[in-house]
Design a protein around this ligand. Structure first.
Ligand code: SF4
Length: 425
């Protein structure tokens, strides 16, 4: 996750005080760079836990192909408890409870209560349609630290995506019910060619409804199969969306508004923000670059992990097609630490063994080579260039004009399903 607001607030403070704020201590694990962290003291990864595959919706873009029926073989309460104990012992700081629709799991509040009691930062990722007033009361009483609600656009767009008339109104009502109870709420939006026109209005809705957070999830690919990516209109659309997001986050920082803007699934956002700052506040660019290098970009398999409904472990939610272990056979702590698994060995390597334009990119230290699953899906090689990078060759310090040699797009729908792995509701 890329925390735009955090950096915007730092720049705003620097502009105000004439001094860049002292960086907070780095918590990110970076194998080979954490000499200052005592052995056994590193935090575990943030765990996104898809506890149930069942969902009350059958969204067009659901990566899990969820439906409103039970799925066999899901982790039982006792198994969940065993896993939670292991996660705690492994110093996992954050659990994001997800699905399917997590509120359809009968013991979801027992799990959440236990997570809170154990000291996990506990988030809930939901489509929001099941949250009426009594459910909002339960969520508030449970003490979730954060609730993310997916909105694909305004009413017409969202209902079309979710294949349910009234879904938008129900999700928005959930936002209001939770806000009224003091629950921290975020909107989760994945931009596609079909809903990009609703992005700006959604930002407006966020402010009107006083929503705490906006999570902008990138679409990896946008379906023109045979054109070169350097000329791809999707990259231009992404840049325009980021420009708007940066402007909003900067405005919020200058007004000291309690709004948070974050992005996911495209770590080129780091270098792109650096360019934004270089153009407007060049005296803070070096300090920001230092901060972005400390952040380090993509953290799949290092600082973020995924557990699916069957207890299979993945490097993150984008890697559902690649299992690195089964919690019914080995505890999470063992699976996560095992670098005999080739993909995990590469993800945990520092630097990662990326190839192509990522290997020679001047921003590699900031971006970490971006989302490896896109390269793997497109070429079979997880270390090839990330085809989702929207920076030009000139911007990454490569020979200008060679954009035409970049990987071609795969058809939109196929990849769109993968992309939704990060959103999962
Ligand atoms: S070329 Fe690769 S390493 Fe450089 S910004 Fe793009 S995705 Fe990141």
């Amino acid at each position: 996750m890329f925390r735009i607001s955090q950096y915007m607030r730092e720049i705003a403070e620097a502009e105000h005080t004439g001094r860049y704020p002292i960086p907070a201590p780095r918590l990110r694990q970076q194998p080979g760079k954490d000499a200052g962290v005592a052995a056994g003291q590193q935090p575990g990864p943030v765990v996104i836990w898809n506890l149930i595959r069942r969902c009350n919706l059958t969204c067009k873009h659901c990566y899990a192909l969820s439906a409103d029926h039970e799925y066999a073989g899901e982790l039982s309460w006792n198994e969940v408890v065993t896993v939670m104990d292991d996660l705690k012992a492994f110093r996992v700081p954050v659990l994001i409870l997800s699905g399917g629709e997590p509120l359809m799991r009968p013991d979801i509040f027992d799990i959440a209560h236990r997570a809170r009691a154990m000291g996990f930062y506990t988030g809930l990722s939901t489509n929001g349609t099941l949250i009426d007033a009594p459910m909002a009361d339960r969520i508030a009483a449970t003490g979730f630290d954060y609730v993310g609600i997916s909105l694909d656009g305004l009413r017409e767009t969202h209902d079309k995506f979710r294949r349910l008339e009234g879904a938008f109104d129900r999700s928005l009502a959930a936002v209001r019910l939770l806000r009224a109870r003091g629950v921290k709420v975020g909107l989760r939006y994945t931009m596609t060619a079909l809903n990009a026109h609703d992005f700006a209005p959604l930002l407006g809705l966020m402010r009107t409804e006083q929503v705490d957070k906006f999570y902008f999830s990138h679409l990896n690919y946008a379906g023109r199969g045979n054109i070169h990516r350097g000329q791809d209109a999707q990259h231009l659309a992404t840049r325009e969306a980021l420009d708007l997001l940066f402007a909003r986050a900067w405005d919020a920082a200058c007004q000291c508004l309690d709004e948070e803007y974050v992005t996911g699934n495209n770590d080129a956002d780091g270098p792109y923000l650096l360019q934004w700052v270089q153009a407007r506040f060049p005296r803070w660019a070096d300090a920001l670059r230092e901060r972005l290098v400390a952040w380090g970009g993509n953290s799949s398999g290092v600082n973020v992990a995924n557990i699916d409904n069957l207890g299979h472990v993945h490097p993150d939610t984008m890697w559902w097609h690649h299992t690195i272990g089964d919690l019914r056979q080995r505890p999470f702590s063992q699976i996560w630490s095992d670098t005999n698994e080739p993909l995990m060995a590469g993800l945990k390597a520092f630097p990662r063994p990326v190839q192509g334009r990522c290997a020679s990119c001047q921003h590699f230290a900031l971006c970490g080579g971006n989302t490896r699953t896109r390269a793997q899906q497109l070429t079979g090689n997880p270390w090839a260039e990330d085809p989702g990078c929207y920076l030009t060759d000139e911007e990454i310090g490569a020979m200008a004009g060679s954009d035409a040699d970049r990987l071609a797009l795969t058809p939109f729908r196929k990849v769109h399903i993968l992309q939704q792995g990060a959103n999962n509701v």
